[in-house]
Design a binder for this molecule. Sequence first.
Ligand code: GLN
Length: 504
Amino acid sequence: MAEDLTYLSIDEARGLLDRREISSVELTEAHLRRIEAVEGRVKAFITRTPELAREQARLADDRIKAGEAATFTGIPVALKDVLCTRDAPTTAGSQILRDFLPPYDATAVARLRAQGAIFVGKANTDEFAMGSSTENSSFFTTHNPWDLERVPGGSSGGSIAAVAAGEAIVGLGSETGGSVRQPAGFCGIVGLKATYGRISRYGLIAFASSLDQIGPATRSVADCAHLLGAVAGADPRDSTSAPAEVPDYRAALTGEIRGLRIGVPREYFEMGLQPGVESATREALRVLERLGAELVEISLPSSGLALPVYYIIAPAEASANLARYDGVKYGLASEQDSLLATYLESRRAGFGPEVKRRIMLGTYALSSGYYDAYYVKAQQVRTLIKDEFDRAFGLAADNGAGAGTAGVDVIVAPTSPTTAFKIGERSDDPLAMYLADVLTIPANLAGIPSVAIPCGFADDLPVSLQIMGPAFAEERILRVAEAYERQTTWTQRRPPLDVASAGA
Ligand code: GLN
């Protein structure tokens, strides 16, 4: 019974809780036991919060008894450790924040807390969300539940692995350049990067502010719709949060996609796809076609420029954002004879190698004499990438640059060129690591929503499809994802952790 309680959907758990067939305390204890059972192998959490979870569960049961349950009352949630929580340390995967207890909750966290959600732990992340594997976490590497010798992807690998392994019903991660979708793909679950501005960034530890977005990590599209609905919406504390009303995303999942025009971007299939990834993606496209959608080949010629553009803009913003960690205001402090020496030594001791690399790249790109050549140029190409998406979605006129106006409703492509790689395989080669995000980063630069959904297996590892849409078309991309999900069984598969434990 306990095992089954850990793989419930929100709708299932909600039903059991509201009918009082199980209590929130029981549901929480089942997850805490599951965490005990698998965490030694998966290592999804930097900080586990069982006492907080138990206290929240008791309150949730009171609320359910009073007939005042909200969607997330009593639902166990994993939070990426870049989301500030007022009652649990928030490290960003970094030594520089290893003892940081935020004085406030991130807005997304506060909204879930207000609904009565259960926080089971703070999940592992690459340091300051810089990475694609969790190997840049300064604590430890999380293991992929499908193959413990492989990475779960990153940087939200902890939240994603926790949800895939049944340690939480849903999780929150964050994306700057693919960090929810790529690990969701590697671990066979659903991951969403919403439109920039859809979810408040207040209390999300900043990496690159023009790109950062909090995103849902779930085992089904319906759960994703629920979680997006719970955390989305305007926030006076984040001036970049959009005032657009929050629709009922769950109600948008009608299964109906007949007549929808699906763009298939040629360039995404020319970026070194593993054969099994390409075949699973093409098969998924056929499923969508059978549902009555029309496939339209499109061109997004600047897609190949997204990765270099990202690696100028993201480090540039990071170099500014991370200036605040100086050994005085936050976290690790190494007091020296002079203030400058204190700054230097605190940052030397507190930041890991990838963070230092990004700070150096970003400082260089912003320095006088190089600013126009790198930063300004990158911003211009970013606009080009966004314009190409706009034209593909029929939102702008053809400018004669070759992209045309395809007028498609959504764009479908693989999420990553490969399945999960081995731990250690790319950790000494930053470029190989960066390439893991080559297909996810364009949507981040354009600010558009994209949902990653499991679409098969290659050599026993999950493969993922992403569905991109115009800004604020989350209902549409989730509808396509769920229509596809109904036709397949990929999101019902569970990683072979229990088999492995029998031998362990
Ligand atoms: N892997 C990319 C990077 O290292 C993206 C990270 C992210 O989305 N947070 O920057």
